[in-house]
Design a protein around this ligand. Structure first.
Ligand code: NAD
Length: 296
């Protein structure tokens, strides 16, 4: 492990919480574990419906990294005009297949399809996206199950880059079931022990609320929402947001200004995006363990 002093820093002196580097470490670790287990076929299956280009890019990236980690992967593609019944049948086949350990349905589905009954088909053991109500329930109850990939990745970044959490104050901006809500639960649970505030679009004086925080996780999807005046000197700032603007892909954090003040910060790109994929692969290996396909 690199020592805290060895971490690369931004021009302003903040530790750069490099998600691409940590992803590579995690991928190599999974590969070593799979090798040590005698190369069992641990399988991630994705379901991609339609031709949405960003979705195709995300799915391709997941399969590439799965292969590097020594996992087997399968992609089920359905055309844009697939019916609700066809999508559900494809997912049910993967649920029934004992050779498949993790299932991920790439969202959003094309207009007219309801994702809820599709997601509901996935049993908690195979729900590597941690999205179903049973997975969320397990997280709340502290029972073994999968945690959403992005919040799990954020926790890994904070741990790896030595960010103190116990007794510290955290603010999560955004309350989605995909990111914000599970993030709040993970930051507040025993072992992490931050005091967490959940901020959202109706929060008054968001900058003031954030200035109280030692850790900010921004997951609002609002380009450069978090400016320098949101940040207490030395705070750790994690950028989850992705906004497509005319000047390209932009995060929720005004990186150039915030890195002057923060103690640690994620780059965008190269922060939470790669960690989301790393966590998906970790969840897939965990799924094989939960299903008894590899030793726990
Ligand atoms: P969402 O749209 O479901 O939720 C956004 C949340 O942000 C809402 O709860 C809303 O109340 C809050 N919000 C919106 N505007 C706000 C404002 N001005 N001030 C305070 N709060 C505000 O989005 P999501 O699915 O949680 O995703 C959030 C962002 O994270 C999106 O940009 C998404 O693309 C990105 N994302 C990134 C990754 C990754 O791997 N980095 C993974 C998932 C999502």
């Amino acid at each position: 492990m690199t020592s805290y002093d060895d971490f690369a820093r931004t021009p302003g002196g903040a530790i750069l919480m490099n998600g691409s580097l940590l992803r590579d470490e995690i991928v190599a670790g999974i590969r070593a574990e799979i090798d040590a287990l005698g190369n069992p076929a641990v399988c991630l299956a994705t379901v991609l419906v339609g031709s949405d280009e960003p979705s195709r890019i995300y799915v391709r990236a997941k399969h590439k990294k799965a292969a590097e980690a020594g996992l087997v992967s399968r992609n089920i593609e359905l055309r844009e005009t697939a019916t609700q019944g066809e999508v559900e049948a494809a997912v049910q086949d993967l649920v029934d297949d004992v050779d498949v350990h993790g299932i991920l349905v790439q969202l959003p589905l094309p207009g007219g399809l309801d994702p809820e009954p599709v997601i509901d088909l996935i049993p908690p053991e195979k729900d590597v996206d941690g999205l179903t109500e049973r997975s969320m329930g397990r997280l709340v109850r502290g029972r073994p199950g999968h945690v959403g990939c992005t919040p799990r990745g954020v926790m890994a970044l904070l741990r790896r880059y030595g960010v103190e959490t116990s007794g510290r104050r955290a603010v999560v901006i955004g309350r989605s079931t995909l990111v914000g809500l599970p993030q709040v639960l993970l930051l507040g649970r025993k072992g992490c022990d931050t005091t967490v505030t959940l901020a959202h679009s109706r929060t008054t004086d968001l900058a003031g609320v954030c200035r109280e925080a030692d850790i900010i996780v921004a997951a609002a999807g609002m380009a450069r929402l978090v400016t320098a005046d949101f940040v207490k000197p030395g705070a750790a700032v994690v950028d989850v947001g992705v906004s497509r603007t005319e000047s390209g892909i932009v995060g929720d954090v005004d990186f150039a200004a915030v890195q002057e003040i923060a103690g640690a910060i994620t780059p965008m790109p190269g922060g939470t995006g790669p960690m989301t994929i790393a966590s998906l692969l970790e969840n897939t290996l965990d799924a094989a363990r939960l299903l008894g396909a590899v030793p726990a």
